[in-house]
Write a protein that binds this ligand. Sequence first.
Ligand code: LMR
Length: 326
Amino acid sequence: MYVKKLFIIILLTFTITSFAETKIVIKFSHVVSENSPKGKAVLYFKNLVEKKSDGRISVQIFPRGVLFDDITVVEALKNDIVQMAAPSFSKLSFYVKDFQLFDIPFLFKNIYSIHRAYSGNIGEILKRNSEGNGIKVLAFWDNGFKHITNNSKVIKLPNDMKGLKFRTMGSDILNYQFSLAGAKPYTKSFSNLKSLLEEGVIDGQENTFSNIYYQKMYEVQRYLTVSKHGYLGYAVITSMKFWNSIDKELQDIILEALEISTHYEYKLAIEDNERSFEMIKLEAKDLEIHYIDDKNRALWVKFYKRYHEKFTNVISQEILKELDNL
Ligand code: LMR
């Protein structure tokens, strides 16, 4: 009897210990709404990874910047306060400068050339350099091309931004993009954006239709220029420390779930930006929408091409060389 009891205790202890050892909790922090492409893809990833791991991995999602904004989240990640995040490339460029490549205005013609960059050598270099900074890049996600909103006047050409104050995500290249046009860049986190626009602290901002829609920025902005001048993408990241602390089997499950979620996210991002634009047109009562015709678009491109070197000076030669192969 005693031996049987002892055996059960040993078995239970072993089961509890091994369960405790393999069960991991991932706190996933992001700044956008649950309905946005990123928000939905994070939820999709959570469900998938929990299922695939038979509950050994549990994901807790913290959306809308409730825990951290995109700038502070990287430090929180490094300190293991959260384990996953998906900040924009611009915000990651505080750690790895080359992420700013995607901020250069009019550099990428379409989403396919961006995907070629992600999946080719450029993606590999960015991943390697991130690892050197303690950051493990697990996937690249899309949002889409950005457009300009403001409260002061119709922006038809870059110089129309002169004197206006625009919120930026803070990379050097995004700040140049506005300052070269005579505007004043003002770096702030995403969560404060709508109230800064509403209070008139800033005149305008740049973002995708999806972010403009879900943050209801159209309620506090008078003008929208469909400029498609730059790109907003994300890196899904964890810390090297956390990554190396988990079993290879669980790493593979995470990567597998992320690969499937990434395909879903790409599709969602395209559809959602299209739908968001339709919703903006439907719901925005006082928003004047300006479309740039081909002639003026060529002028925008020409304007920024003049400063190509200023932009590329920020990027490493290693990455720039790869651009020719895209
Ligand atoms: C922004 O700050 O404008 C974006 O990076 C927010 C986001 O995560 O899409």
